[in-house]
Design a protein around this ligand. Structure first.
Ligand SMILES: [Zn+2]
Length: 285
């Protein structure tokens, strides 16, 4: 009798834990191809990261971009076209503020037509710094990346021709209130200081570039996952341009060997998933 009671109590406890977790407001994450993501926080704030939505790997990119009505922040890691992407268009129609290093933000205003009033000291920073945004809903830490950064203004514009300085390339650690801590690597090679990203907080989700040629390929990306040891790793920066030859299956195979405790989540273009539901799924595996 006592055993039965204990079992019933335990079952009740587990089910109440699960329903609390399931009822908790979730963070929604969508991948648009290349390094472009949308994050919707539990309180409904909308962040875009490296928003090249209308990219060649996204057959619905044009319509999705046209349909965007709300954004609070646009985060950009460096000045290359596949990361600045559609930032200006999104900012113009939503009023979103730009989160970028001082030099990159200035360059985007000066050479990319980004609305000047939507970038300032409130949302900028540089490596080692952390900025609290949206009344504390989101914290963004600026972290280094091993890459390059410049902006090339359109040839048919009144801007100067050729590559323009756009600061140092970086990545970001986005900590969401009642949500996950997300490390978006930007474009980078593997470097051992990635292990220090954890100092900003346990990384729940790592968005990691795997495409090779201009960044880490699958094997080095798997080593980066090992250094950061996130719960979940999402491959990015592959598939949109034929020159990027790294593939998700190669990355999955390498990451399973290098960081067996990490779940690898390969998103389809335009797929959305919820956190913490994704975490619960992982735990029940
Ligand atoms: Zn890139």
């Amino acid at each position: 009798m006592n055993l039965l009671r204990l079992l019933l109590l335990t079952a009740g406890f587990i089910s109440s834990l699960l329903s609390t977790a399931l009822a908790a407001p979730s963070t929604e994450i969508t991948w648009y191809g290349q390094s472009a993501f949308r994050i919707t926080t539990p309180s409904g704030k909308v962040l875009y990261m490296d928003p090249w939505i209308n990219n060649p790997g996204n057959s619905k990119g044009k319509e999705i971009l046209a349909a965007i009505k709300k954004a609070d922040l646009v985060l950009v890691t460096h000045g290359h076209f596949d990361h600045v992407g559609d930032s200006t268009e999104i900012a113009k129609k939503t009023g979103a503020q730009l989160v970028a290093s001082f030099d990159l933000g200035k360059a985007m205003v000066q050479y990319g037509g980004f609305p000047e009033k939507q970038f300032g000291f409130g949302t900028t920073g540089n490596f080692g710094g952390e900025v609290s945004l949206l009344d504390g809903e989101v914290k963004v830490a600026f972290v280094p990346a091993l890459h390059s950064s410049s902006i090339e203004p359109p040839a048919n514009s009144s801007y100067p021709r050729g590559l323009q300085y756009a600061g140092n390339p970086g990545g970001v650690v986005v900590s969401i209130k009642n949500g996950p801590t997300i490390y978006h690597t930007g474009d980078t090679d593997l470097f051992s200081d990635m292990a220090l990203v954890k100092e900003y907080g346990k990384v729940d989700i790592m968005m990691v570039c795997i495409g090779d040629r201009f960044t880490m390929g699958p094997r080095r990306a798997a080593m980066a996952v090992k250094l950061v040891s996130p719960d979940l790793a999402i491959p990015m920066h592959f598939g949109a341009l034929p020159i990027l030859t790294g593939t998700a299956p190669e990355f999955v195979a390498e990451a399973k060997k290098a960081s067996p405790a990490t779940t690898i989540k390969v998103l389809q273009v335009n797929e959305t998933f919820s956190w913490p539901q994704a975490k619960l799924t992982m735990q029940t595996k």
